[in-house]
Design a protein around this ligand. Structure first.
Ligand code: ADP
Ligand code: MG
Ligand code: MG
Length: 252
């Protein structure tokens, strides 16, 4: 599904991603862990097509399509969901209108008819139930300001509605409480199936108590320095990230 080969990217003269290779197959959940500043969010941003970062080498293929050639909206239409790509702050547009447009674009791309207002409302209700989202939350204007937990709820709801092939979740907010973490995990666990895949980026092992990944990768200074199964996450929990320093010293 996703094939990243020797991906290099940075800002100006600063190289941040220094050769990342990663393959994600349908049905898999990959966790990307690593200390602060290792490049996790940069990787997510590059996959989303954020223009802040310049790709300087390597390739990214998504279902045999060169992802790096596609604009961010096109990537979304192809079935990639990035939590932060659907902003929770757009002045003047209520989230339902916004989501209907986004969903119908995805449908159009799949060769499906757009949903009319009634059909969309029906789907909306179904998905609201699915993620146990509050109606009040949904009808609120996007620029009204959401708490961390509300943002997560909204994010998972958007993911459920758009039903992506590949979802990339960057759990940057270390301030999330256990309820919010469980919410994210529940969403992922309910939505996962043999045809879709998830990349869950997280600094803390905590989240992985609720989402059991098939693979865990450790990012350090722009490189994947270790890959393993869920046991690797437990090992990291125990050892922290300090051992990475020794590793870098041993292999400069
Ligand atoms: P992580 O998500 O693992 O904490 P980031 O991808 O946010 O790491 O950052 C990786 C490195 O790239 C850090 O050294 C950070 O300072 C740098 N970096 C990220 N974004 C920018 C930016 N917009 N401008 C300058 N440096 C950046
Ligand atoms: Mg960071
Ligand atoms: Mg980050």
């Amino acid at each position: 599904m996703l094939k990243i080969k020797n991906l290099k990217a940075g800002i100006g003269d600063k190289e941040i991603l220094k050769g990342i290779s990663l393959e994600v197959k349908p049905g898999e959940i990959h966790a990307i862990m690593g200390p602060n500043g290792s490049g996790k969010s940069t990787l997510a941003s590059v996959l989303a097509g954020r223009e802040t970062y310049e790709v300087t080498g390597g390739s990214v293929y998504f279902n045999d399509q060169n992802l790096l050639d596609l604009a961010p909206e096109e990537r979304a239409r192809e079935g990639i969901f990035l939590a932060f790509q659907y902003p929770v702050e757009i002045p003047g547009v209520s989230s339902t209108v916004f989501l209907k447009t986004a969903l119908n674009e995805v449908r159009k791309h799949k060769g499906l008819e757009p949903l009319d207002a009634v059909e969309f409302l029906k789907l909306l209700k179904e998905k609201m139930k699915f993620v146990e989202i509050d109606k009040a939350l949904l009808s609120r204007s996007l620029n009204e300001g959401f708490s961390g937990g509300e943002k997560k709820r909204n994010e998972i709801f958007q993911m459920a509605l758009l039903d992506p092939k590949l979802a990339i979740l960057d759990e940057t907010d270390s301030g999330l409480d256990i309820d919010a973490l469980k919410l994210v995990a529940n969403g992922v666990n309910k939505l996962r199936n043999k045809d879709n895949a998830f990349i869950v980026i997280t600094h803390y092992q905590r989240l992985l108590e609720y989402i059991v990944p098939d693979f865990v990768h450790v990012l350090h200074q722009g490189k994947i320095v270790r890959s393993g199964t869920k046991e690797l996450a437990l090992e990291l929990e125990e050892k922290g990230y300090d051992w990475l320093k020794d590793e870098v010293l041993a292999d400069p």
